[in-house]
Design a protein around this ligand. Structure first.
Ligand SMILES: C[S@@+](CC[C@H](N)C(=O)[O-])C[C@H]1O[C@@H](n2cnc3c(N)ncnc32)[C@H](O)[C@@H]1O
Length: 228
């Protein structure tokens, strides 16, 4: 039985870029690739929920030696990823899997790099607390997690502007994909509970979007103290 989220993203897939540009102009496009240049050469990567595959395409070009597994629940999104990359010389480096990432049990300590863009915000706090550790478990110790997502600006006009954007976005995704959240889930808090350390962070679009690169701690490494 297909979930409403899956059928919603299937339905949205062909117009996804149009809606994104309407709501955010080129801001999400710039944010997705903001820290790609900070990622050292990797042999393997797992990309979660990459939608129409624009980040996947950029990653493939920036990591020519990397074997990439792309997981998305939406069959239509995966088809668009495949079409996008059909003429890419490194296309053979990608394996596609249609799957609910919450049921991803196959991989353990396997990947050098985990990637998610505008994906963690699709989940409830409870889902994140449950599944984020499993997704991080796909990384080998010392592996990297590249995450791009929305964040709530802390104060002032940026916060008011951010709230308006996020409210509009949540209404849209609740309508189209049955997103359970009414407001942005606290992604930073969920990440701060994991055994990872932040290497690089870049806020963009008046603090509405943040790209971060984390490193998964190795066994025995003490968790660094965190301010957030
Ligand atoms: C908001 S879109 C983001 C797409 C893309 N990463 C981007 O940067 O625009 C969320 C993507 O995650 C996928 N997705 C949502 N929930 C998922 C789940 N439980 N398992 C796998 N993919 C999921 C959707 O099908 C969609 O492609």
């Amino acid at each position: 039985m297909r979930s409403t989220s899956e059928t919603g993203y299937d339905r949205l897939a062909d117009h996804y870029r149009f809606f994104e540009t309407l709501m955010f102009g080129q801001n999400l496009a710039h944010a997705r690739t903001a820290l790609l240049g900070s990622i050292p050469s990797c042999d393997s990567a797992l990309v979660l929920g990459d939608g129409d595959g624009r980040l996947l395409e950029a990653l493939l070009s920036s990591q020519p030696e990397c074997q990439i597994t792309s997981v998305d629940q939406s069959q239509r999104m995966l088809e668009i990823q495949q079409q996008r990359l059909s003429n890419h010389p490194l296309r053979k480096n990608i394996i596609w899997r249609q799957q609910d990432a919450r049921n991803l049990t196959k991989f353990a300590n396997e990947f050098d790099l985990l990637v998610s863009a505008f994906f963690l915000d699709c989940f409830t706090t409870h889902d994140l607390e449950t599944h984020l550790p499993h997704w991080l478990n796909t990384l080998r110790p010392g592996g990297l997690f590249y995450v791009v997502d929305f964040e709530e600006p802390k104060a002032g006009w940026k916060r008011i502007r951010g709230k308006i954007c996020l409210t509009a976005m949540h209404h849209f995704f609740r309508w189209q994909t049955d997103l359970p959240n009414r407001r942005l889930v606290d992604i930073s808090r969920a990440l701060n509970q994991c055994a990872i350390e932040m290497l690089v962070s870049q806020s963009m679009n008046h603090d509405l979007i943040c790209a971060r690169l984390y490193r998964k701690l190795t066994e025995g490494e003490k968790e660094p103290s965190r301010t957030e």
